[in-house]
Design a protein around this ligand. Structure first.
Ligand code: 5GP
Length: 115
């Protein structure tokens, strides 16, 4: 497994199963295996960018696409009362899988500040 070949690359390649809710040529969305809210979906780029901090200017439109995919997936999940989109960047932020992902969390009242 190369440094960039994480669990999420295996999900993209269908080498490990996931409950996939959306896919296109640039992005994939699937349910988190350990949900922290009634709806907890991860949106990832197919390009293996480890962290947000590793994104480069050429990723500009991909980054926009991920946010619009998050919006679409949240809408399709019925989160009309609100939802939270989270990116954990790096170990101190709690990132555990080093393939960029947006958490979409919803279906309950969120608190602020986050832990
Ligand atoms: P992070 O802590 O890196 O921001 O988030 C990683 C997320 O990936 C966690 O919420 C964790 O539950 C989820 N996760 C880890 N391994 C798997 C897996 O094999 N399948 C799925 N669907 N989610 C996973």
């Amino acid at each position: 497994m190369s440094e960039q070949d994480t669990l999420f690359s295996k999900i993209i390649r269908r080498e490990i199963p996931a409950d996939i809710v959306y896919e296109d040529d640039m992005a994939l969305a699937f349910k988190d295996i350990n949900p922290q809210a009634p709806v907890h979906i991860l949106v990832i780029p197919k390009k293996p960018i480890p962290r947000l901090a590793d994104a480069v200017p050429e990723d500009h439109s991909l980054m926009g696409h991920l946010l619009l995919t998050a919006k679409r997936v949240a809408q399709e999940a019925g989160l009309e009362n609100g939802y939270r989109v989270v990116i954990n960047n790096g170990a101190e932020a709690g990132q555990t899988v080093f393939h960029l992902h947006l958490h979409i969390l919803g279906g309950r009242q969120m608190q602020w500040p986050p832990g």
